[in-house]
Design a protein around this ligand. Structure first.
Ligand code: SF4
Length: 431
């Protein structure tokens, strides 16, 4: 393997790897009347950004709770889901009626969550049609549906394929049955493999989430999962598990009920090994954690438009929505969300409006999503070059071999790819 060897001085640029970058929903303040007012004013303006956006209706229901999950999900109930879908359409409609959205274009409709594959095939198609009818889409827009291998059955997959859904995202996590059991992932690796094969046979682009840094996970187990992913011919989002306080897994780790997580050296080695195996198999790194061979993944506007475009997320518990300077997340509990929408309110729980200083930092987080920072564009927007705003950080990162800077742009090196979340934090203080 020709990867730079873990453990060398350069690979120890930081004591451990960050996994979340700044500007996640955790950073947003609770909604305040003045920010809400400003957001409403913004929505009544035209979208003159010339950036295409992504539309994400969330189905934040799950039929079981993965022990590591910190997303605000609602236990699946057929009756509540039906009521929820009506509220979701109302929220979508509230946005669709605004001038900002009416003057925007979307190149992706993504059913996220949660587990949208819990929807019946008719519910799934109905919500997609609703989005298509009420939002302007680009000529070649993509439809994606995410879910679990246990709730995507062949009937739903066939209906989705016939309707024109392009991509199916599956939270696979691991092909190691022992780890699957510990994480409370109900179906077996064999069942999951079967469902993925059906989806591939139907012609879907399949993208799976896999995780390393799982308690008790060995390097061999991780390599097996990576190899299985390659063998199944799917695209992949490859995450390092960060165990969040409040999750079942966090409590189990604290009580010693599960083995410890791999140490930082092994965690790094897992990433470097996956990087090598995927790139040797023809995948390229793209976005925050993806390895892909699908050209569309490199063109997606939700990626390339950051931080000036937008991801319009809707539904209970949705996080990381943003429209230009505004970032928001919604009310978490489905029943509170439904109540808010039925009162005619945008069901936002947290909302922030970025200052110029925030936007500069956000531009620098393009490094986290493996995009170069265009120096000329930075100067045009802010009147200064990145080197003038962040001289110390950029010098330090360059000396560590994590970034390259030339006349036009700042970009990650291969070594920097390993530390991209730490690099993003260099431009923002931890709170
Ligand atoms: S399926 Fe996804 S959203 Fe649902 S509990 Fe598991 S990790 Fe959380």
């Amino acid at each position: 393997m020709k990867a730079s060897t873990p453990g060398t001085e350069r690979e120890n640029a930081y004591s451990s790897r960050e996994t979340w970058p700044p500007y996640t929903y955790r950073e947003y303040p609770d909604i305040a009347p003045e920010t809400y007012k400003s957001f409403m004013e913004f929505l009544s303006t035209e979208n003159t950004s010339n950036r295409v956006m992504e539309l994400q209706p969330w189905i934040s229901f799950c039929d079981s709770k993965c022990t590591f999950c910190f997303y605000p999900t609602t236990p699946y109930s057929r009756t509540l889901l039906e009521i929820y879908l009506k509220a979701l359409k109302k929220e979508l409609d509230m946005y669709a009626k605004t001038k900002y959205v009416q003057t925007s274009e979307f190149d992706e409709i993504v059913l996220g969550g949660g587990t949208p594959s819990l929807l019946s095939k008719d519910q799934m198609i109905d919500i997609i049609k609703y989005c298509e009818k009420n939002f302007n889409t680009t000529e070649e827009y993509m439809i994606k549906v995410s879910g679990s291998s246990r709730s995507f059955n062949e009937k739903k997959l066939v209906a989705a394929a016939e309707y024109g859904v392009y991509q199916v995202d599956i939270g696979a996590q691991t092909f190691d049955n022992k780890l699957r059991k510990m994480l409370n992932l109900p179906d077996s690796a064999e069942h999951m493999e079967q469902e993925i094969k059906i989806a591939r046979k139907l012609g879907f682009c399949v993208c799976i989430d896999i995780m390393y840094n799982i308690p008790g996970q060995t390097l061999e187990s991780w390599i097996d999962t990576v190899k299985k992913t390659i063998e199944l011919d799917v695209e992949v989002d490859c995450y390092s598990l960060k165990v969040q306080p409040g999750t079942v897994l966090y409590n189990q780790l604290k009580a010693g009920q599960v083995p410890p997580q791999p140490d930082p050296e092994l965690e790094k080695k897992m990433y470097v090994t996956a990087y090598e195996l995927f790139t040797q198999a023809g995948y390229r790194p793209v976005g925050h954690d993806r390895f892909s061979r699908v050209e569309w993944h490199f063109k997606e506007n939700c990626l390339n438009g950051w931080p000036w475009a937008g991801i319009l997320t809707t539904g209970s518990g949705c996080i990381m929505g943003y429209l230009q300077r505004f970032s928001y997340s919604n009310i978490e509990l489905a029943k509170d969300y439904i109540a808010a929408v039925n009162e005619g309110r945008f069901p936002i729980a947290k909302l922030s409006k970025s200052t110029d200083e925030d936007m500069m930092r956000k531009v620098m987080t393009k490094l986290y999503i493996r995009l170069p920072v265009d120096k000329r564009e930075f100067q045009e927007r802010f009147g200064k070059l990145p080197e003038e705003v962040y001289p110390k950080q950029l010098k330090r990162l360059k000396e560590k071999g994590l970034i390259e800077i030339d006349e036009k742009e700042i970009k990650l090196t291969k070594l920097g790819d390993l530390w991209k979340a730490n690099i993003a934090w260099e431009f923002t203080e931890h709170k």
